[in-house]
Write a protein that binds this ligand. Structure first.
Ligand SMILES: Cc1cc2nc3c(=O)[nH]c(=O)nc-3n(C[C@H](O)[C@H](O)[C@H](O)COP(=O)(O)OP(=O)(O)OC[C@H]3O[C@@H](n4cnc5c(N)ncnc54)[C@H](O)[C@@H]3O)c2cc1C
Ligand SMILES: *[C@@H]1O[C@H](CO)[C@@H](O)[C@H](O)[C@H]1NC(C)=O
Ligand SMILES: *[C@@H]1O[C@H](CO)[C@@H](O)[C@H](O)[C@H]1NC(C)=O
Ligand SMILES: *[C@@H]1O[C@H](CO)[C@@H](O)[C@H](O)[C@H]1NC(C)=O
Ligand SMILES: *[C@@H]1O[C@H](CO)[C@@H](O)[C@H](O)[C@H]1NC(C)=O
Ligand SMILES: *[C@@H]1O[C@H](CO)[C@@H](O)[C@H](O)[C@H]1NC(C)=O
Ligand SMILES: *[C@@H]1O[C@H](CO)[C@@H](O)[C@H](O)[C@H]1NC(C)=O
Ligand SMILES: *[C@@H]1O[C@H](CO)[C@@H](O)[C@H](O)[C@H]1NC(C)=O
Length: 638
């Protein structure tokens, strides 16, 4: 009894200690209050009023209003919104960048300049409305030499963007959109694979500018965590966070991609990292969020305040439960890191040896992930050859000689196959220089590919039969002309410190997250694109599902047409997530494709393709006469 008692006493005294570390950023202190709204003229109160979680008004319109509807807010209302925002440059009316290539705005020099820059991801990330997967915007304003859009129209781009400077701007945007039945979207960097950060006729909350960061050497909170932590704004990208952490002698769990918005869709959807085989997912590191809710309130979601939202925001997905303004995460002591890269091709080895050598690597990934290693590799067809590339194999907390010994087994198997192996192995002083040197800057995605992914469980690699089956599926994908991108990592619950959160349970057993994609000819008709997509989703991806029964897919790098996505993205966690969504956003103010609770609505795309170029309407309601006037695509959009 005595130790339990003293433990209780200790907890009690900790709770009463006033030295908790939580703080707000300056931009989080500028807020909208109910008193302020009440002080406005009555008409304006209606525009900016907060909501309640009372049952929704079911007589609301079938679709969110668009610019061509009579009930779309008048110019005067948008002007009022612009005036209430924290400064006059916050509200942006969308002008697609490539408008310089078409019609009245046409300027050949500017268009050429833009075309040259187009594949650079910064051209899109730093723009208010552009995204890296333009297919889901509807391709209505691309530079003509990339994709001929015919002319430039807004398509799936939002109509207006709030370039967020503070919490007040977000609250005003949410209240305005909700009260006026305008579609609301949230964009951070626009990295989303499925177009969740675009939407026709929407008001976009753009969080890219929220870059503040704060370091706590000894963070203390009621959850029991004591140690280094970083609080980072929603707009912080991987390169910002890693540098900041390094400047303080620590490292943080974030993505391999340089420009991913770590505190937006990435961490909200789970987040795999070069450190995941040591510490779990990025979402596992969260100590607390600051969030603006569907009601318009600014709240904390942490272990003691709004614990349901705290649970859901750690893996439940972006654009669904609120707009996050900052996230506080654990940080870790820096460690020496070694990386290895190599490549081999069937051109040199011949096809049989090539596949044998590739299989030896895939067969051995369990041993690597259990040693804290994250490997990023690609297998592609290039002309008539096949190429395996280890982009890097990333080994935190390992010296070059430790890594060489770990790879000795692999090397001896290659020697037995008569395959030469001389990887480039580099030891770095710490995590940051290793990450900086080893991971490439990502390019913008193209206009003619659908992607999908699958989490391959440990059990697939436990027997020779399992290894053979798994590999033959990956091999046949590549032989069919599709690439395989593999991320071998194992974010188990034990490594993550047993957090209880909404991360897909399939991640906990996975040792491999693999992505593939299928291209079509850019000039294909809608019918042909749909048929390619169907054979991808129900052909290639079905083979991947058949060999991994009961597992799932990573929602942040998934097929837009993923069947049974609720199970696939969240497994047994879906039911609770849906309840939390209903409790916190009964009016579906936040909606994104394949997000928790998205079943009730569908985008009626103007071209019948799965994209955001159409009105957001109640699902299954398309027979009602409406101004949307296009074929229902609810089947396609799931
Ligand atoms: C080149 C590239 C590299 C990648 N590397 C990795 C990787 O290493 N590991 C990994 O796990 N994933 C990786 N991803 C996938 C990445 O996690 C997702 O694309 C993720 O959605 C990006 O989030 P974002 O905020 O940057 O993007 P956005 O497209 O801006 O947003 C994505 C989603 O989150 C929502 N959202 C954004 N900000 C907020 C906010 N402040 N509050 C609430 N919702 C918000 C949006 O509404 C949208 O639904 C990569 C993707 C690309 C294209
Ligand atoms: C419900 O919505 C309709 C349409 O917007 C509106 O006319 C009506 O007044 C609303 N009812 C309530 C109780 O808010
Ligand atoms: C293209 O990129 C260069 C260098 O980053 C920049 O100076 C220029 O303004 C960009 N042009 C366009 C049209 O975006
Ligand atoms: C250009 O856009 C207009 C209006 O959006 C449309 O009516 C017209 O058909 C388009 N022209 C071409 C060539 O695509
Ligand atoms: C959670 O947020 C509340 C309200 O902001 C704060 O008082 C509390 O200290 C936070 N708790 C943790 C565990 O961070
Ligand atoms: C890093 O390596 C050291 C010594 O090899 C070991 O004691 C420590 O536990 C490792 N850290 C992690 C997080 O695995
Ligand atoms: C696995 O595949 C190899 C060839 O790659 C074959 O020699 C072996 O018999 C297979 N084993 C089983 C159990 O299927
Ligand atoms: C895949 O097949 C299922 C079952 O036949 C069907 O319901 C679904 O629409 C198909 N998906 C695609 C993208 O074609």
């Amino acid at each position: 009894m005595a130790p339990i008692l003293s433990c209780l006493l200790f907890t009690a005294s900790l709770l009463s200690t006033p030295s908790l570390s939580r703080t707000l950023f300056t931009y989080e202190r500028k807020q909208l209050t109910r008193e302020y709204v009440a002080s406005l003229p009555e008409q304006d109160q209606e525009l900016f009023a907060f909501d309640s979680t009372a049952a929704p008004n079911n007589t609301k319109p079938r679709c969110r209003y668009g610019p061509s509807d009579g009930k779309w807010p008048a110019e005067k209302a948008w002007t009022k919104l612009g005036r209430q925002l924290s400064s006059t440059d916050v509200l942006i009316k969308t002008t697609p960048q490539a408008s310089v290539c078409y019609g009245e705005q046409k300027n050949d020099a500017k268009c050429q300049d833009l075309t040259k820059n187009w594949s650079n991801s910064y051209t899109h990330i730093d723009d208010p409305t552009e995204v890296l997967s333009p297919i889901y915007q509807g391709l209505t304003c691309q530079p003509p030499s990339i994709y001929n859009s015919g002319n430039c129209s807004l398509g799936g781009y939002p109509s207006y963007v709030i370039n967020v400077k503070n919490v007040l701007d977000i609250q005003l945007g949410i209240n305005f959109a909700r009260n006026d039945q305008v579609r609301l979207i949230v964009k951070n960097t626009g990295h989303d694979f499925s177009g969740k950060s675009v939407g026709a006729g929407s008001l976009s909350i753009w969080t890219h500018g929220l870059k503040d960061m704060q370091y706590f050497e000894n963070y203390v909170d009621e959850s029991g965590y004591k140690g280094p932590a970083i609080k980072a704004g929603a707009g912080v990208q991987a390169f910002d966070l890693y540098k900041f952490a390094n400047d303080h002698g620590v490292m943080a769990v974030a993505g391999e991609g340089q420009t991913v918005g770590v505190m937006g869709g990435y961490i909200l959807g789970g987040g795999h990292s070069p450190l995941s085989s040591l510490y779990g997912m990025a979402a596992d590191q969260v100590l607390g969020f600051e969030v603006v809710t569907a009601i318009g309130d600014f709240i904390s979601a942490n272990s003691t305040s709004n614990p349901d939202l705290f649970w859901a925001l750690r893996g439940g997905g972006g654009g669904t439960f609120g707009v996050v303004t900052s996230v506080t995460i654990k940080a870790f002591k820096d460690m020496p890191t070694t990386a290895a890269s190599w490549s081999f091709s069937s051109a040199k080895l011949g096809v049989d040896k090539f596949w044998a050598a590739s299989k030896v690597f895939v067969d051995g990934i369990t041993n690597l992930v259990d040693n804290g290693i994250y490997s990023y590799f690609t297998v592609v067809q290039s002309g008539s050859d096949y190429v395996f590339t280890m982009v890097p194999l990333f080994a935190p907390n390992k010296t070059a000689s430790q890594l060489s010994s770990l790879l000795a087994g692999y090397q001896s198997k290659l020697t037995a196959l008569n395959v030469p192996f001389s990887p480039k192995i580099t030891e770095y002083k710490g995590f940051y220089p290793a990450w900086q040197a080893e991971f490439p800057l990502e390019a913008q995605s193209d206009v003619q590919t659908a992607f999908g992914s699958r989490l391959f469980p440990r059990s697939n690699f436990a027997s020779e039969t399992g290894r053979n089956l798994t590999f033959s599926v990956l091999r046949s994908t590549v032989e069919g002309g599709q690439m395989v991108l593999g991320f071998a990592t194992s974010p188990t619950l034990a490594k993550a410190g047993n957090p209880d959160n909404a991360v897909n349970p399939a991640w906990r057993n996975a040792v491999l997250h693999a992505i593939t994609g299928r291209r079509w000819d850019a000039k294909s008709s809608t019918t042909d694109i749909l048929s390619v997509r169907r054979s991808f989703t129900n052909g290639t991806m079905q083979k991947w599902r058949d060999v991994t029964p009961g597992s799932g897919s990573y929602l942040n790098e998934a097929d837009r047409l993923e069947p049974n996505w609720q199970q696939s993205f969240w497994g047994s966690k879906y039911e609770r997530l849906l309840q939390i969504k209903k409790d916190n956003d009964p009016r579906d103010v936040f909606w994104a494709a394949n997000a928790v609770g998205s079943e009730g609505w569908t985008v009626e795309s103007v071209d019948g393709l799965p994209n955001e170029n159409g009105k957001l309407c109640k699902a299954g309601s398309a027979t009602t006469t409406s101004s949307a006037g296009s074929t229902p695509t609810g089947v396609l959009l799931g």
